[in-house]
Design a protein around this ligand. Structure first.
Ligand code: AHR
Length: 478
């Protein structure tokens, strides 16, 4: 018998709703064929697919990162404004695709407003210039009688968009990135850009381009940029065809968040930086490249399994437990590419990972509670696919078979427990011990499960992995 013990007085911190953010990139059918499909019977007059919009609205995404990803490092935003038919069609060197530019800044901002999400724009630090980046901030946020603010007004938008979050480039540490930089050149350039961009709008919040959270790149970026930025970003994707690796690899993020947090604390102390700097995990998901369906979409169309849903639920629990450090996270990506939402010409499919995302964003409460879990533990040896640095986690074990996060509201009258049973072959019976708190009445249990860890949803079987709900009557403290 496992035991989950809670104490409403042991509060870890306030959960930032921005951990339920997402990311959309001009890649595959994420934007075109996902978010927009001009002329489609399921699109509105602006070309936005209404079925996709409804599925995103149900996820209550609070912040949306755009336009890349790798795509942004060769993207010139000025190609994507003004009359759509006059916009240039360009070659996209990131994904070897043709970019029509019919979805640009004004379309993205409109979409964010429809969703009630805050925009987070990543800047082109590959082929882009500082002047271009400053002009983008002015176009979005300028309220004076100036050229770029007036271009925005001319394009139909009077009020500034007031974009708060700006990313200082994407994954510039990688040679695959257009305009790849050494860390020394990156920090010098990012410092220069940060100072100049804040002259255009001193209220913006800047995100430094980190790596996996513990690399030398992260260390140097944190040491040099903490005085100039508000966030340090981390990107980690995990995924394996070994069941235990797949569901346990998200714990790598424990390492990333602990390491980044320690480095940020140190850098702030040494440089006497008074403003807070937090971590944004602005690309995360289960991504298992050998499973990609490249025939259909050319790039990264994942078919997510129940086991991936368990991994995603574990990620979300980790985000809650690290609420003090992690202030934003962006699922990569939202539609069609590695995504919880998949489209064909006229239908939307909710993949297995959609369900933990929706439950977490809908039900997670304001304060994270410390939870003690007493259950079976798994010793996990690194598998042969552990050659990638992000796939070595044996040192972090043993791992609890039940992964648990708990949140409550300010009045302590509500409790939400997220429990991930990672045993693939059996239920785990558990006692939930509420200490001195008492439950009166009914609790609701929402359960995500399926026939096998490998079960996926498909257009033929859209609810093979789904959520069932039942009421449980509880009295007392257990
Ligand atoms: O999300 C897919 C890609 O993964 C992004 O473009 C890039 O930033 C990351 O490597």
């Amino acid at each position: 018998m496992a035991r989950i013990s809670l104490d409403f007085d042991r509060i870890l911190g306030r959960v930032d709703p921005r951990i339920f953010g997402a990311f959309v990139e001009h890649e595959g059918r994420c934007i075109y064929g996902g978010i927009v499909e001009e002329g489609s019977p399921v699109a509105d007059s602006a070309g936005f697919r209404t079925d996709v919009r409804k599925a995103i609205e149900d996820l209550q995404v609070p912040v949306l990162r755009w336009p890349g990803g790798n795509f942004v490092s060769a993207y010139h935003w000025q190609d994507g404004i003004g009359p759509k038919d006059a916009r240039p069609q360009r070659f996209d060197p990131a994904w070897g695709a043709v970019e029509s530019n019919r979805f640009g800044t004004d379309e993205f901002m409109t979409y964010c407003e429809l969703l009630g999400a805050e925009p987070y724009v990543c800047l082109n630090m590959g082929t882009g210039t500082l002047e271009e980046a400053m002009a983008w901030v002015e176009y979005c946020n300028g309220d004076l009688d100036t050229y770029w603010a007036n271009r925005r007004r001319h394009n139909g938008r009077q009020e500034p968009y007031a974009v708060r979050y700006w990313g200082l480039g994407n994954e510039l540490w990688g040679e695959f990135q257009v305009g790849h930089l050494s860390v020394e050149r990156y920090v010098e350039k990012a410092k220069q850009w940060a100072l100049a961009l804040r002259r255009v709008d001193p209220t913006i919040q800047l995100v430094a381009c980190g790596h996996n959270g513990w690399s030398d790149w992260d260390r140097l970026v944190i040491d040099e940029l903490v005085p100039y930025v508000d966030f340090h970003s981390v990107h980690i994707y995990t995924g394996s065809d070994d069941y235990w690796s797949n569901v346990l690899l998200p714990h790598q993020v424990d390492r990333a968040l602990r390491a980044s947090r320690a480095m940020i604390d140190r850098a702030r102390y040494v440089a006497d930086v008074r403003h807070p700097v937090h971590v944004v995990y602005d690309e995360w998901n289960v991504w298992f490249p050998t499973r990609e369906d490249r025939r259909r979409d050319k790039i990264v169309a994942e078919r997510h399994t129940l086991s991936d849903a368990l991994a995603v639920a574990t990620y979300l629990n980790i985000f809650v437990r690290h609420c003090d450090t992690l202030r934003m996270a962006n699922l990569a990506q939202l539609v069609n590419v590695l995504a919880p939402i998949v489209t064909d010409d006229s239908r939307v499919l909710l993949q297995a990972i959609y369900h933990p995302l929706r439950l977490a964003s809908t039900y997670t409460l304001e304060f994270a509670l410390d939870v003690a879990v007493d259950c079976d533990r798994i010793e996990h040896a690194d598998t042969p696919d552990a050659n990638r640095m992000t796939h070595r986690i044996a040192d972090l074990g043993p791992f609890d078979v039940l992964d648990v996060a708990a949140t409550s509201d300010a009045s302590r009258s509500r409790l939400v427990l997220n429990v991930v049973n990672r045993r693939p072959d059996a239920p785990v019976e558990a006692t939930i011990d509420l200490g001195s708190a008492q439950v009166r009445g009914e609790m609701t249990a929402r359960v995500i499960t399926a026939d096998s860890p490998l079960t996926t949803n498909s257009f033929d079987h859209p609810e093979a992995v789904s959520v069932s709900e039942r009421k449980v009557t509880v009295t007392g403290s257990r």
